[in-house]
Write a protein that binds this ligand. Structure first.
Ligand code: GEK
Length: 241
């Protein structure tokens, strides 16, 4: 696994973050050292899928990157009547995801699509995963997507939504972001790397507050929604139709 050193050299002007080939090369290391609880969330996604899957349904992994959530689900699910569809709009991510899949020995393959989530037709779903993807969509696209997901889900179907949260007040935001930066430092990132990555993500990753997530779940038609995981400002919600 290649080490993430993308922001280790000083840059005159930090360009906006993109999911390109350079990021693909270091992605597993980057996400593990940057997102508290990532492995636990990936494991939880597999376990939730095992509990909520319904026969003859589709499972969608939206913004799949290298497919970690899909592979976690596939390892838990032996239900042959279900299909896993993983989509990402980064060509580099999709190509690597397909390569990784070819190294696994799954009986049933995962369909990996290169495309925009907003253009995907979803139907007959029992599980939909948005694992740290919604935060990269423009705010105006978020509610329409959640409505589309809700409509595609069968009754009792679930959405697992993981996101970086913005805290409700500036004071709390500052305190929790500071804890997250300490976490990154413990994981070997320098202050400069942390600052440059933060600048690259400005206006690219736009976090919502917990209240806006809750309101959006309700507006999209979900009956039940709850936090099932949180570490600092990284949260994963379970919403049930
Ligand atoms: C994981 N879920 O490891 N359509 C399709 N893909 C998109 C779109 C879009 N409109 N916008 C962003 N993406 C993964 C991690 S990473 C999170 C998800 C992170 C894709 C983008 O190309 C990237 O691969 C992914 O969403 C977000 O469980 O890196 O912090």
């Amino acid at each position: 696994m290649s080490k993430d050193t993308l922001f280790s050299a000083p840059q005159d002007s930090v360009k906006a973050f993109e999911f390109d080939q350079q990021v693909v090369e270091v992605f597993p290391d980057m996400i593990e050292r940057s997102v508290p609880g990532y492995k636990t969330i990936i494991q939880g996604i597999g376990e939730l899928a095992e509990k909520f899957v319904q026969l003859d349904t589709n499972i969608y992994d939206l913004g799949c990157s290298l497919g970690a959530a899909s592979f976690s689900i596939r390892q838990k699910l032996i239900e042959p009547s279900c299909k896993i569809i993983a989509i990402d709009n980064s060509k580099a991510m999709v190509e690597r995801c397909r390569l990784i899949q070819s190294s696994y020995n799954f009986d049933m393959s995962i369909e990996v699509i290169e495309g925009d989530i907003n253009e995907l037709t979803m139907e007959n779903a029992s599980i939909v995963v948005l694992n740290f993807t919604l935060q990269f969509l423009p705010i105006s696209e978020r509610l329409p997507l959640l409505k589309k997901i809700n409509q595609a889900l069968k009754p009792g179907g679930i959405l697992i939504l993981s996101e970086k949260l913005q805290m409700e007040t500036a004071e709390m935001d500052e305190a929790i972001i500071d804890l997250h930066h300490k976490f990154k430092k413990r994981n070997g990132y320098s202050d400069m790397e942390i600052a440059q990555k933060r600048a690259a993500l400005e206006n690219v990753l736009i976090p919502d507050t917990r209240e806006s997530h809750k309101k959006r779940f309700a507006d999209a038609g979900f009956n039940h929604y709850e936090t099932w995981f949180q570490h600092y400002n990284f949260v994963s919600f379970l919403a049930i139709k």
